[in-house]
Design a protein around this ligand. Structure first.
Ligand code: AMP
Length: 553
């Protein structure tokens, strides 16, 4: 395997740019893919996790072969989210720093289509696009793909999960047959295989790292708590890790906002990232997170896709995702670019089975950790504070104030001073943890079950879902029920639901049975899209009604 960029066969301008970006040696995916792309011309399916250096793996050869004398679009990169589009575009621009005539344009939803079309008109040798927006532009006749020689499908599984199947088919049909295709995916579900079969020519399959396996350098832990202690456990985890720099994953937009609001109220540098925010709000949250003025980003899976932050200390599953594949994606956000990472799940007593199922898929074991208690947390925080004080630079500027300081603290002993300073910083923790209970569940305690009509506060979400299952029964295999707070009383009909799904990019085929009741309904959605659909609908409004969507187990 090639271990030096110089041996990959790339030209000096690209190598210099890569060196300036601080890349010292190629990552495994780069060592495998770059020589294949430069030497041969067959199609490639590459199974690689996110964060493994895929962008340079496809980007450097694409730039190498670009005909800079022509303005025609020669390379098309399709990616699932606007964040990822922007990230890829930025990376490609950095790699082509010493080829300033390179023209790269990104087009994605949620931004002004007119200015994107204007940018395309100026020439786009490489287009980086989300499928939905590109198709809109193609329908208006504002992009020409007839000269594309290289197609890159990045995170193909995510694009299909997000319901872009029809858009992908439509775009791929339009591309010239004489082209090279490269498909990246973390997993290989049937739909991705279908795309490879239908639109690629005898692709070489390259697996980097074990298929479906979690990244090697990520450790997996879980904390088990009673359902009502989930938030308190999150706070303990944050307090126990004073240097925390984490993404906390929630299942719905509503939950994401609620947790971020609670964390802010409790004094943490936290904020929310989800689809209800405007593009400007999302950009602002992301830029604060990247600058580290935010330490905790609470996000939905959809919003967090494409986030390029390498040095997260933790990924925290506030709730485990419905789809196990999503867990792989979440945990792949940590342990990137050869760093070690920690993925944490907070689970209730009923969710132990889910941990087992995830272990089978990622082929790694979780370690159960006890929830840290008041004493351990206060010790960690104190040590951190003292280390920070120790590391502080003492500048000459302070000398001018020393007479005043000595006067104000006249007669104070060192011991008293230390106590006062540490208490000043620390009383918030002492106050909170003085009353803090042990959140660990005694071995003997059985999970609380909720009976029909029982109003017990402690039942978890799983138990309430069970009741609904009795109401609705099973749906088609491969489909998942989503419950919506719309019913006959809102004059809802099945075609309205199909329209909502269409607006989300979900094909008719991916929508199963629809059962409408007086004030709520159930719609069966292809399981691979259920999480996406529920999180997009939840919190959105329909005829001035705020929607609530829940996935039914
Ligand atoms: P990607 O999978 O392309 O999103 O890359 C993940 C992160 O790894 C990005 O922040 C890249 O800048 C970084 N990266 C990619 N290749 C290398 C390399 N050879 N050495 C160091 N960092 C890299």
């Amino acid at each position: 395997m090639i271990t030096d960029f110089l041996d990959l066969g790339l030209s000096t301008e690209l190598l210099n740019a890569v060196a300036e970006m601080g890349f010292e040696k190629p990552t495994p995916v780069q060592s495998r893919i770059i020589p294949l792309l430069l030497a041969e011309d067959n199609d490639i399916v590459c199974l690689a996790q996110t964060g493994t250096g895929k962008t340079a793996a496809f980007g450097l050869p694409a730039l190498e072969y670009l005909d800079l004398k022509s303005d025609a679009t020669q390379v098309l990169v399709l990616s699932p989210t606007r964040e990822l589009c922007r990230q890829i575009t930025q990376d490609l621009m950095s790699y082509s720093k010493y080829r300033p005539e390179t023209k790269i344009v990104s087009v994605y939803g949620g931004a002004n289509i007119v200015s994107q079309i204007r940018a395309l008109k100026k020439g786009a040798q490489i287009i980086v696009a989300t499928p939905g927006r590109l198709l809109d532009i193609l329908k208006r006749g504002e992009a020409d793909l007839s000269h594309v020689r290289s197609l890159i499908l990045d995170e193909a599984d995510e694009m299909l999960n997000m319901g872009f199947k029809e858009e992908l088919d439509a775009i791929l049909e339009l591309l010239p047959a004489e082209r090279r295709s490269l498909l990246f995916s973390a997993t290989l579900p049937k739909e991705v295989e279908r795309i490879a079969r239908s639109y690629m020519k005898n692709p070489t399959v390259v697996t980097v790292g074990e298929r479906n396996a979690g990244a090697d350098n990520v450790e997996h832990f879980y904390y088990m708590v009673r359902e009502e202690d989930r938030y308190a456990a999150l706070k303990r985890i944050a307090d126990y890790n004073p240097d925390i720099y984490a993404i906390v994953f929630c299942r719905t937009r509503e939950e994401t906002q609620k947790i971020a609001d609670s964390l802010q109220k409790d004094g943490y540098d936290a904020d929310a990232l989800h689809g209800d925010l405007s593009q400007a709000q999302r950009d602002s949250v992301m830029s604060r997170f990247k600058r580290r003025s935010l330490h905790i980003l609470v996000a939905t899976d959809v919003a967090a896709r494409g986030i390029d932050v390498n040095d997260l200390s933790h990924v925290i599953n506030y709730n485990l995702p419905q789809e196990i594949e999503l867990y792989t994606h979440r945990s792949g956000r940590t342990g990137r670019a050869s760093r070690s990472g920690v993925s944490i799940a907070i689970v209730n007593q009923r969710e132990k089975g889910k941990i087992k199922r995830i272990e089978e898929v990622i082929k790694k074991k979780f370690t159960r950790l006890p929830i840290p208690g008041a004493k351990e947390i206060c010790e960690r925080q104190l040590t951190h504070l003292i280390n920070e004080i120790d590391a502080a630079e003492v500048r000459n500027d302070i000398e001018a104030f020393m007479p005043l300081i000595n006067e104000l603290w006249d007669g104070m002993t060192k011991d008293e001073l230390v106590r006062k300073i540490l208490s000043y910083e620390f009383n918030r923790f002492f106050d909170y943890y003085r009353k803090a209970k042990d959140l660990n569940i005694p071995e003997k305690e059985k999970p609380v079950s909720k009976r029909k009509g029982d109003n017990g506060k402690t039942a978890g979400p799983d138990s309430s879902r069970k009741i609904r299952k009795e109401e609705i029964g099973e749906c088609e295999a491969g489909f998942t029920w989503i419950r919506l707070n719309l019913g006959y009383k809102n004059r809802i009909e099945p075609r309205n639901i199909l329209n909502i799904m269409k607006a989300l990019g979900i094909a008719k085929k991916a929508v199963g049975k629809i059962e409408i009741f007086h004030d709520h309904l159930y719609v069966a959605v292809d399981s691979s899209a259920a999480e996406y659909v529920a999180s997009e609908i939840d919190g959105a409004s329909y005829n001035s009604r705020r929607l609530k969507a829940e996935i039914n187990l």
